[in-house]
Design a protein around this ligand. Structure first.
Ligand code: SF4
Ligand code: SF4
Length: 387
């Protein structure tokens, strides 16, 4: 079977050392199975540093460390660091305790408006922020979350603003579904709000990209042990989806950003509007074409689908809350026996419900095993967490 892998187009040791995003290729659905058509990271990358041909190709020389790939990647294969989502939520929590506003600005905005990093939450690009940050901030008590986009119009990578806008809209819609007012806004002002007037400690001429990186890294070092529990309070034991057992040879985990979102939604209580059609999750179903090979559960990157067997029947269990709408289960089913519906029940999400789909009898088991061995694509450990 053909190996799909990771290719670094340029060999730039310095660039690699300073990367602020990493790739865990075991979690990438496209590297897990060649029938996946996911290209969300490459499509969103504003500098075309990521591309897909036979392999995932990354050009570190083009990468500007914006973190957009991490925001759009459903599986968490791409992860932004310094700060991570957990660290950002920790910073938000500290600011709320100090009574400070939650204002995000990018490095470009900081340079253009000569802002002080003390009054804003700096990120490389607004497009690096996802729903878990926005909903988490509101759940922790933020009355308003503002994205300062005063510099986006002049930015050569303004695609990040559009992605930030989509994430913001989705977060506001999610909050509305739980009866909470949408409090996340994009602020296009070019005038520096009074609360953001530069402070004496700011570097001359605003923060340079290097200063920003140092600032972000420094914050990260101080906030290393942040967990769902420490930021959003006690997590229900049934919500510890990272600990769900997985017996197959491929690892499976719910991305941290999704665990934060799940914990935040649970703290909002019960949804007032249960129907949701705007992505994030998808409802799994099987059709009569399903042969019971359980391949969908074998490759599912989060463990949302898991194999089950009872009384001579084979099937899969499906946990909607763990589904990330990556569509791998549907794409790999060679019999077109899987349907994924964008319409999901938010009540099922927050109650962490598990459905069971019975597929075939156990006589197919031997055939299943040989089929899985044929399709399995080992991933060399030497390529993990590498970019
Ligand atoms: S799973 Fe993530 S890393 Fe893989 S192709 Fe999709 S967006 Fe890119
Ligand atoms: S159930 Fe399907 S769409 Fe959902 S995470 Fe698993 S493979 Fe992806």
């Amino acid at each position: 079977m053909r190996e799909f892998g990771l290719k670094l187009i340029a060999n730039l040791p310095d660039a690699l050392e300073q990367r602020n995003t990493s790739l865990d290729r075991k979690q990438c659905v496209r590297l897990r199975h060649r029938r996946s058509t996911c290209s969300r990271c490459a499509d969103a990358c504003p500098t075309h540093a990521i591309s897909w041909r036979d392999e995932l190709e990354i050009d570190p020389g083009k990468c500007i460390d914006c973190g957009i790939c991490a925001a759009v990647c459903p599986t968490g294969a791409w992860e932004a660091h310094a700060p991570t989502n957990a660290e950002l939520l920790g910073q938000i929590k500290s600011r709320l305790i100090e009574g400070r506003p939650i204002l995000f600005a990018c490095s470009h905005c900081l340079e253009t408006l000569s802002l002080s990093s003390a009054d804003i939450l700096p990120v490389q690009c607004l497009g690096r922020l996802d729903e878990s940050i926005f909903v988490g901030a509101v759940v922790m008590g933020a009355q308003a979350v503002t994205l300062l986009d005063g510099a986006c119009a002049d930015c050569p990578h303004s695609a990040g603003r559009a992605i930030a806008g989509q994430m913001m809209q989705r977060a506001n819609a999610l909050l509305a579904s739980f009866g909470a007012p949408g409090r996340i806004t994009l602020d296009p002002r070019r005038v520096v709000p009074e609360a953001l007037q530069p402070r004496p400690a700011k570097p001359e001429g605003g923060l340079s990209r290097r200063d920003l990186f140092k600032f972000l890294t420094g914050r990260a070092i101080k906030t290393t042990a942040i967990t769902v529990n420490s930021v959003l309070g006690d997590e229900d034991p049934s919500a510890q989806k990272e600990a769900r057992p997985f017996t197959g040879p491929l690892p499976a985990q719910v991305p941290p950003k999704r665990r934060f979102l799940f914990a935040a939604l649970r703290r909002l209580g019960q949804p007032v509007e249960t129907q949701w059609k705007d992505g994030i999750w998808a409802q799994f179903m099987v059709t009569e074409k399903c042969s019971g090979c359980q391949m969908c559960a074998f490759f599912c990157p989060t463990g949302a689908l898991m194999k089950t067997e009872q009384a001579g029947k084979l099937g899969v269990t499906f946990n909607l809350a763990s589904c990330i709408d990556c569509r791998l289960c549907q794409e790999i089913c060679y019999r077109h026996g899987v349907t994924l519906s964008p319409g999901v029940d938010l009540q099922k999400v927050v109650s962490n419900e598990v459905d069971t789909f019975w597929m075939a009898d156990t006589q197919s088991a031997a055939w299943n095993t040989s089929l899985q061995a044929r399709f399995e694509k080992p991933i060399p450990s030497s390529c993990e967490k590498n970019k």
